[in-house]
Design a protein around this ligand. Structure first.
Ligand code: SAM
Ligand code: SF4
Length: 327
């Protein structure tokens, strides 16, 4: 049997969090009790990932600092020589932790999130005073020459904050900002979804937002990363590119592991396809199920493309929605 070769691994080590953001698709929070892999199970995944030729790990959550073994797991990546991005909301990033993180040779990038252009606005979404911690963490790593990646996740009322947010980070040497409008609430509880409907950016705003971002990309050329709102031409170009590869969109060779070990190809939470438990094995056989999934991805892409004729789409969310329907 031939197995799918993984280059990169996106692993959510926990869904617990020291914040409970209004927008979070994970329904995070300190109350969150979901089954989590043990230290040894995660170490086994890293070792197997390395042995099959893996190179890069995105270490994320929830909030990874909620796990008491977080540095033991990062030590494991360092010993294996696996380069990694560490993602955190920065709230728990005190000086000692920042120094410890920066000491890893394998730390490729620090990822963090900003939710508004001022401390008050950020707190209104995150519920915590983490704005200064975000800025401090970015400053700390930037001074050490370690790249940072800030995701500006914006609720509907904050779309006009984009430029002020870019100004906060444009002075750093090696910091990219990715702007992500909140287009869905993933697997938040039904009660919270009902309460937070107002924070979702409606589709009719995508086009104007997309244009604004393109202008800002020109104004702040080294600072703005891609956004995830795409238009018809962009999706069509992407599909064209994918079609040249027999593994279609999976040609990035990346996989996602959830805290309970579920292995899938989706970074957000609504994709129903699971390819086993990662702590048993991360080997994904290239069998009927695997190629069936690729066929479904092609169909989902076609549906998203048709939808994009009417308005721009949040691509990842739209794909996962269609996959659930097609299943
Ligand atoms: C789930 S968090 C994990 C890392 C860490 N807890 C943090 O907040 O940076 C990863 C990113 O997803 C973003 N995110 C959460 N819910 C989202 C949603 N409904 N739509 C778009 N992005 C979302 C967060 O703002 C954050 O930038
Ligand atoms: S977005 Fe990040 S910080 Fe906010 S609740 Fe979700 S996991 Fe926690």
């Amino acid at each position: 049997m031939e197995y799918y070769k993984l280059n990169s691994l996106y692993i959510e080590v926990t869904h617990a969090c020291n914040q409970h953001c209004r927008h979070c698709y994970l329904d995070g929070g300190i109350h969150k009790k979901c089954s989590e892999m043990t230290t040894e199970q995660i170490k086994k995944i890293f070792a197997e990932f390395k042995a099959q030729g893996g190179r890069y790990v995105i270490f994320t959550g929830g909030e990874p600092l909620m796990r008491s073994d977080v540095f033991e797991l990062l030590d494991c990546l360092e010993i294996l020589g696996l380069r990694f991005t560490f993602a955190s909301n920065s709230l728990g990033m005190n000086r000692e932790r920042l120094e410890k993180l920066a000491s890893y040779r394998c730390l490729e990038e620090y990822f963090t999130s900003i939710l508004g252009s001022t401390a008050e606005k950020h707190k209104a979404i995150s519920g915590k005073d983490s704005f200064e911690s975000v800025i401090n963490a970015v400053k700390f790593f930037d001074e050490k020459g370690i790249p940072t990646f800030v995701q500006a996740t914006l609720v509907n009322d904050y779309l006009d904050d984009v430029e002020d947010i870019l100004k906060l980070f444009s002075g750093f040497q090696n910091c990219s900002v990715k702007i992500t409008p909140v287009a869905s609430l993933g697997c938040k509880s039904e009660m919270e979804k009902a309460e937070s409907g107002d924070i979702i950016v409606p589709e009719e705003k995508f086009e104007i937002f997309h244009k604004k971002l393109n202008d800002l990309c020109e104004k702040y050329p080294n600072c703005v990363g891609d956004d995830n709102i795409l238009n018809y031409e962009q999706i069509s170009e992407m599909i064209n590119e994918y079609s040249k590869n027999p593994l279609y969109s999976l040609c990035w060779n990346s996989v996602c592991v959830r805290p309970n070990g579920d292995l899938s190809f989706s970074y957000n939470m609504n994709n129903p396809f699971v390819f086993g438990k990662a702590y048993e094995t991360i080997k994904i056989p290239m069998d009927e199920k695997f190629f069936g999934y690729i066929e479904l991805l092609k169909k989902a892409d076609e549906l998203v493309l048709t939808e994009a004729k009417n308005h721009e789409v949040e691509y990842d969310t739209a794909i996962d929605n269609y996959l659930s329907v097609l299943k």
